[in-house]
Design a protein around this ligand. Sequence first.
Ligand SMILES: NC(=O)c1ccc[n+]([C@@H]2O[C@H](COP(=O)([O-])OP(=O)(O)OC[C@H]3O[C@@H](n4cnc5c(N)ncnc54)[C@H](O)[C@@H]3O)[C@@H](O)[C@H]2O)c1
Ligand SMILES: [Zn+2]
Length: 388
Amino acid sequence: MKTPLYSNQIPVSLGNRSYEILIQPNILTQIGRVLQDIGLSGRVGIVTNPVVNELYGRVVHRSLKQAGFSPFLVVIPDGEQAKSVHWLSKILDALVTQRFERQDVVLALGGGVVGDVAGFAASVYLRGVPFVQVPTTLVAQVDSSVGGKTGVNHPIGKNLIGAFYQPCVVVIDPQALQTLPKREWVAGLAEVIKYGMIADSQFFEYLERHVEGLRAQAEEVIPTVIRRCCEIKAEVVGGDERESGRRRILNYGHTVGHALETWGHYKTWIHGEAVGIGMVQEAEIARFLGMCDKELVERQRDLIQDVGLPIAMPSMKFMDLWGAMQHDKKVVKGQINCVVPKRIGDVQVVPLVRQHIRQWFATSQVSRAKRLKPVPQALTRPRPHKKK
Ligand SMILES: NC(=O)c1ccc[n+]([C@@H]2O[C@H](COP(=O)([O-])OP(=O)(O)OC[C@H]3O[C@@H](n4cnc5c(N)ncnc54)[C@H](O)[C@@H]3O)[C@@H](O)[C@H]2O)c1
Ligand SMILES: [Zn+2]
């Protein structure tokens, strides 16, 4: 395959599964040429949802047609429920109906949900057809579209069914983020801060200096943020495609984060919000265990809070938290391995000892109660009506 030149091009080096991440404003209008340039042809099954289809379906369809492809739409519902065996099966039905062949292309147009299920469909249809990621959320642009983790949920657990299947290109249009709901943007910032914490203290400092721009989704910060996150993800994945070692650092914030998502039945927080709280708590665990200093905990907490993310743990029982942490996919023989920070830009994976976490939890509950100072009674008593 030829490699075209784009304004921002990041390689993901995985031997014969290597590919490029292309980042360019309005690249959606040229998607047909991009696919042509890397040697793709034939039919393109655009997997998307009604929200993204309404916004970007037409422009992608038109560009593909102009470049000589035969595109067709496969629309799945919006939301996490579309990441299911049922909707995987519906996508496969559509490919079969279209007599999709081995060289035809599955293109995921949307957030992480669409990318995960479409990628899995591409991996199993005819034992694998070319797959293109066109992520349209911040989470998808900085995280889920890169690295080849695809899959669907099982009723008893998230992402339990899936495959490693790399795309042949990731096409990122930062302009597409302009229509993203504010809450989704802010949630994505948790993953962005995660990259600073796990791999790049200078990037973390950049984020600290640009808090206002991050909150406001300013155009001057978006390219730097997307580029740096993709570079880090590409580097980590390039060194450990199947998560046998270093790739595990990408799970920072996710041990507690996933537990909170499960505990809240995926309704209380969206993923990035739970990860933000998870990073705050996992840093506090590290501090409690003597693995990092107080300054790190405070700087990280301030940044997470300042960009508009929640940081507080809900009021919950220790066994509910510990129990939910045990259901994480990354638990090996009952052992919970958690990523904890050493310094900003450097983390390590440590096994968690139940007794230690119980102690941390008890102390953190006490300090939380202290921080939430009781309201003085005088202020809560109803004031007597003044006579006019
Ligand atoms: N494969 C991986 O490595 C990986 C990594 C992180 C997360 N994930 C998965 O990704 C999923 C979360 O992804 P997400 O946060 O992108 O959620 P999502 O895909 O549900 O998208 C969030 C919302 O934004 C809407 N949307 C998407 N693009 C838009 C746009 N440009 N303008 C307006 N609205 C838009 C969607 O319709 C949806 O309502 C989870 O299932 C998670 O498990 C996978
Ligand atoms: Zn995540």
